[in-house]
Design a protein around this ligand. Structure first.
Ligand code: UDP
Length: 244
């Protein structure tokens, strides 16, 4: 079978892979009965702007095995710049599809991040609903001096997939450092996904998602995010003045 190469798009110097669909992405990650290794980083408008000001995050993104457009603004910018029909792949949907597949294929998973009660509920759901082999978990509120021990625990767990929910850029930094200790896993940054899956945070209703307004729903439902909305204004400026 011949496979079409995945196109790479460039936005403000960042390479973003253009998988044709979530299924295509999953097939690449799980090809030949083995999970790929390296970092998966989802890009939305905010992260593109942060990479402009944070060289450490940019370097991590440059070395990631997989980058993808999970924000509708990034998808629209790529469509505009490359006149291409790229779909949006929402990180939370991709993660759920990966976990369902990991359950079917008995692939070991380590969960890191979020509050302890959230993590416990996510772990319970993964085990009960999808039969996922969860080989370890760690909540996201630990001290810096525990990091090395956590990296070591992850390595010893033998996890093939490590999902990291710390928010950005903490999760990217964690994945990068852990990958150096244990390069044998696929690391996926999932932001606030655990809170939604555990039922502590409501995902945007279907109508908002269909209207491509999931970002606005999240912005309005979390006043803390409003303080960061200046980055979205910067992004819109880049988009409309062809600076992406
Ligand atoms: N989080 C964590 N440790 C921290 C800060 C945040 O585990 O020190 C978790 C938080 O509980 C949430 C996730 O990181 O589950 C994402 O947080 P948030 O929604 O604030 O991130 P954003 O998506 O806005 O970057």
């Amino acid at each position: 079978m011949t496979t079409t190469p995945v196109p790479t798009y460039r936005l403000r110097g960042l390479d973003i892979l253009g998988f044709g669909s979530q299924e295509e992405f999953l097939d690449e990650l799980f090809a030949d009965g083995r999970v790929k290794t390296g970092l998966m980083i989802a890009f939305n408008a905010e992260k593109v702007v942060v990479c402009d000001r944070d060289p450490a995050l940019r370097r991590i993104a440059e070395q990631a095995a997989y980058t993808y457009a999970d924000g509708i603004s990034v998808v629209r910018s790529i469509r505009r710049k490359y006149a291409d029909g790229l779909p949006r792949i929402a990180g939370i949907d991709l993660w759920q599809a990966m976990m369902s597949r990991a359950g079917r294929e008995r692939i070991p998973v380590f969960l890191l991040g979020a509050r302890a009660e959230v993590l416990t509920e996510v772990e319970r759901r993964l085990k009960d609903e999808w039969g996922v082999d969860v080989v370890g978990g760690q909540d996201g509120y630990f001290d810096d001096d525990q990091r090395d021990a956590i990296f070591e625990r992850i390595r010893r767990s033998g996890a093939a997939i490590v999902t990291v929910a710390l928010g950005s850029p903490a999760q990217e930094i964690f994945m990068h450092e852990c990958h150096q200790v244990y390069p044998g896993a696929l690391y996926m940054g999932v932001g606030g996904t655990f809170d939604v899956v555990a039922g502590y945070v409501k995902r945007a209703p279907a109508g908002w998602r269909r209207a491509n307004l999931e970002w606005l729903y999240r912005l309005l439902s979390r006043p803390a995010r409003l303080r960061r909305s200046g980055r979205l204004v910067v992004y819109a400026f880049y988009h409309f003045t062809n600076r992406l």
